[in-house]
Design a protein around this ligand. Structure first.
Ligand code: GCB
Length: 659
């Protein structure tokens, strides 16, 4: 959520259009270079200081943003993107709660500072959690939320004098409160015999380390002053809203131009060979793609993940003369729908064979890292996985771009994790959650890989206010994007869950023979079958086993299997698979292992240097379970591979499906 004068964006009207997305005020297109746009990445070393003062407010009291940070005290070198926690040797910084200050001075190209027809934008991919930004000491933007981008037009500041450099200062606070997403509480410990004065701890109800800092790139980019602000694409929603009856091959588009009312827009859709296959004129329209190549998931088609390019060209007459702006967006043509027992992609039953992930690795914490990302995608494809959930927050945009490119299907999850207190279901929290969904959909709406939104993970959905909360949240999400199903992931009993009536797909987490019945793998099949049957009887909706797993320390072997050994992890998964194999023939549409890789958590007696439920270690080396899953996923893939005849449609007779 953007706050402050520079960037406040209003609550949106329910402006639904042909392709169904609401009109968010201000777009959040990924910053790409084009004939009219330049981009400068500010990755590298920034100056850094954590404010260790008692009230953590010394930086504001002394106005550290007014002058270079080095003038107000010592600074550290801090890499960006990275979490600040694990790069140093200072235990206090590792667990620091409060404001940290980042600063970078940069030289700008002359044209950017002199050409008044150029708009210069500062974009921050992720600052966890609350951020305040100054440019040359002037406040430009504030943002709440650690997983989504925000930006500020800084043209006036960099074009106002003979400056060729600019100083960017970002203060970031990682404190979580009952109304943040994820929520948390600060607990002051006041017993003087046990704690020093002012001692406090940050408590959370989620199971990953609250890494903080500038986790994704900070970039400067330019556009002309009249510019393409947003693009929305998607396949048309039939008037009756039945998503199973969509026509592949049609692409709706809507383009928002800012800066002038007098402009012309032309769009061309190019295939992978660069051949123009459809053209359109005007800011809104429909493209018809003859014999469209559909976007298919990995291993579901001989040519999966087909991406077209939508080239958008805008020309405007302005006071300074003619202006053009160009932006190219990758577009995948596909439909998504759910029936009572199936999840359909392009009309065909789709089974999620996948993982849950975290943005997490040694040293950089949640900092974006290309080698890690490419390694993860190589491992996913080695496994034969076709899907993952962005547990438990939206991941970097580059992750979704690779999913589009490789055909890895995504359940895109909001940071609604650990919503456990009654306070966190209040209207203040709900309002923030609605805004986070708007930001998330605004950013991720054009990714064909994203097939479903998950608004939360394991909320206390049995609490009384949860019914209204999820009804409102899910209705809002659907109004913003009627083209995708919506879910949240539950671990509440099927009879007590007040949010489940509003979801399209029931996603359930369970840890049989791990968090109870320790060591008793023989009860898994009965308990899991009961879980599925109860839920299905109550709701008749497709189900996903959205988490299951066991901790295993690599290299620990015990036969017969004991908890924490590689054998136990494998044995437990196998028990789950027996039931999954029965129920997937009925209404279970997916299985997502917890977790892809080991990851860092808070310190606790039940966590041995983090959560060890990964099938890969934190360094991405396979445990025995990885080979088990690999065998299973390839087998599942081969069962359904390229079976083009298996098209299922609820619209049989309408002839709408052309696959
Ligand atoms: C869960 C949570 C996940 C935890 C996992 C575990 O249900 O959704 O965040 O890490 O269990 O290992 O306990």
């Amino acid at each position: 959520m953007l706050r402050g004068s520079a960037g406040a964006w209003a609550v949106l009207g329910p402006l639904l259009w042909g392709c169904g997305l609401a009109l968010l005020q201000g777009g959040m297109l990924y910053p790409r270079e084009s004939r009219s746009r330049e981009r400068k990445e500010l990755d590298g070393l920034w100056s850094f200081r954590a404010d260790f003062s008692d009230n953590r407010r010394q930086g504001f009291e002394q106005q550290w943003y007014r002058a270079p940070l080095r003038e107000s005290g010592p600074t550290l070198d801090m890499p960006v993107p990275s979490s600040f926690n694990d790069v140093g040797q200072d235990g206090q910084l590792r667990s620091f709660v409060g404001w940290v200050w980042y600063e970078r001075e940069i030289t700008l190209p002359q044209r950017w500072t002199e050409d008044l027809g150029t708009r210069v934008v500062l974009r921050i991919g992720s600052a966890h959690y609350y951020a305040i930004v100054w440019v040359n000491g002037v406040h430009v933007v504030e943002h709440e939320g650690g997983h989504l981008p925000f930006e500020a037009d800084i043209s006036k500041l960099v074009q106002s004098g003979p400056l060729s450099s600019c100083r960017i200062t970002i203060a970031i606070n990682n404190t979580l409160s009952p109304h943040t997403l994820p929520p948390g509480t600060i607990l002051y410990k006041t017993d003087p015999s046990m704690y020093p004065k002012g001692y406090f701890v940050q408590n959370t109800k989620f199971d990953f380390f609250n890494y903080a800092g500038l986790h994704r790139s900070v970039v400067l980019y330019t556009t002309p002053t009249t510019y393409i602000d947003d693009i929305t694409t998607g396949s048309p929603i039939p008037p009756q809203g039945d998503l199973t009856c969509r026509t592949p091959g049609l692409v709706n588009y809507q383009i928002i131009i800012q800066g002038s009312d007098h402009f012309q827009v032309d769009v061309s859709l190019l295939d992978e060979e660069g051949k123009v296959v459809a053209k359109g004129a005007g800011a809104e329209g429909q493209l018809q793609v003859p014999s469209a190549h559909l976007w298919w998931p990995y291993l579901m088609h001989e040519h999966p993940a087909y991406l077209y390019s939508l080239e958008v060209k805008m020309m405007a007459q302005t006071a300074v003369g003619p202006v053009s702006d160009f932006y190219t967006l990758p577009v995948g043509i596909r439909t998504v729908a759910v029936t009572e027992s199936q999840f359909l992609i392009n009309g065909k039953p789709f089974y999620f064979r996948g993982v849950n992930k975290h943005e997490d690795s040694d040293i950089r914490g949640k900092g974006f890292d290309w080698p890690l990302l490419v390694k993860d995608f190589n491992l996913l494809r080695w496994l034969g996985a076709n899907a993952f959930r962005t547990s438990h927050y939206p991941y970097a945009e580059e992750v979704l771009q690779l999913c589009d490119r490789y055909g890895i299907v995504v359940i895109d999850e909001s940071p609604g994790v650990g919503i456990a207190l009654v306070e966190s279901f209040s209207n203040v929290s709900l309002q923030h959650h609605l805004e986070v969904m708007e930001e998330m959909i605004r950013r991720d709406k054009n990714h064909p890989a994203v097939v479903m939104w998950s608004v939360a993970n394991e909320p206390a959905s049995f609490l009384k206010p949860a019914g209204y909360y999820f009804k409102t949240l899910i209705a809002h999400t659907k109004a913003l994007d009627p083209s995708r199903p919506v879910t949240f992931v539950t671990n509440t009993n099927y009879e007590a869950d007040l949010g489940a009536p509003y979801v399209d797909v029931i996603c359930v987490n369970s840890y049989y023979s791990w968090y109870h019945d320790y060591g008793h793998m023989e009860v898994i099949q009965l308990q899991l079958a009961t879980q599925f049957e109860n839920w299905y009887k109550a709701y008749q909706k497709p189900m996903i086993q959205s988490e299951y797993g066991a901790d295993a320390i690599e290299g620990f072997h015990e036969d017969p299997p004991l908890m924490f050994s590689e054998e136990y992890q494998k044995g437990l998964l196998k028990q789950y698979h027996v039931v999954l194999d029965q129920k997937r023939k009925e209404y279970v549409v997916g299985e997502l292992i917890w977790n892809f890789a080991d990851f860092m958590t808070n310190q606790s007696p039940v966590r041995m240097i983090g959560n060890r439920k990964g099938i890969f270690t934190r360094q991405r080396q396979p445990k025995s379970a990885a080979f088990l899953l690999r065998e299973r996923y390839w087998k599942l893939a081969n069962e359904t591979r390229y079976q083009r005849s298996a098209v299922t449609s609820q619209c049989v007779g309408s002839g709408l499906f052309t696959v």
